[in-house]
Design a protein around this ligand. Structure first.
Ligand code: SF4
Length: 209
């Protein structure tokens, strides 16, 4: 216990271990959760929204802690978050999920600089970013479908500005975008449609992952 508390940066382990959660701060509670997750010496740490409800200072501290632990303990870190800035600062590789499926996966720079899937593009247009200062934020129209009422074909089709006939019929797998490490589940990247894909260089490939 003391070693784990030291590891996650909680001083006075002997005293603090006797406290109830409401007697600890939000950041300390988060560190205790991380210590509990590390107790089993995992090879992979899955952190699901680890910074939710924390102020930006504590957010930064928890993200630095997770990154330090990942490097020092040789773990893989899977970070699940709705916060694009948190993901962008922390992750080497990003998988964007829509309606329960990965719709785009790429190194972090690829997601932010050359987003390929219309959902990823919509997310970035709806998110404040330093380089977009003064630019109007554009919400994605419509709602995420209910799990029991998914549309046929591509699940994003009812909200997609690029939807066409086949999108309501075919649910695309991941297709290569611009290089072997960037894939999107979108028919715009099928071999017969690549000439109409916005924002991305073209390559004559249609392999699935
Ligand atoms: S498959 Fe069609 S509807 Fe789905 S994201 Fe691509 S263009 Fe839009």
């Amino acid at each position: 216990m003391r070693r784990l508390f030291d590891l996650v940066g909680i001083p006075g382990a002997a005293q603090r271990a006797r406290l109830y959660p409401h007697e600890l701060s939000g950041g300390q509670n988060q560190r205790v959760m991380i210590a509990m997750a590390l107790a089993g010496q995992p090879d992979i740490l899955i952190a699901d929204e680890p910074t939710t409800a924390l102020d930006v200072t504590l957010q930064a501290q928890i993200l630095i802690l997770l990154d330090t632990l990942r490097r020092e303990l040789g773990m893989a870190l899977v970070l699940i978050s709705h916060d694009l800035s948190v993901v962008g600062e922390t992750c080497q590789r990003i998988a964007v999920v829509y309606a329960g499926r990965i719709v785009e996966t790429a190194p972090a720079a690829g997601i932010f600089n050359t987003p390929a899937h219309p959902y990823t593009q919509g997310l970035l247009k709806a998110t404040p970013r330093p380089q977009g200062r003064g630019r109007q934020l554009l919400p994605i129209p419509g709602q995420v479908p209910e799990p029991g009422n998914m549309p046929s074909g591509c699940a994003f089709a009812p909200r997609c500005p690029h939807a066409r006939g086949q999108c309501g019929v075919i649910s695309p797998g991941l297709l290569r975008v611009s290089h072997a490490h960037h894939h999107a589940a979108c028919l715009l990247f099928a071999s017969d449609s690549r000439s109409s894909v916005p924002h991305n260089p073209r390559e004559p490939a249609n392999d699935t992952a």
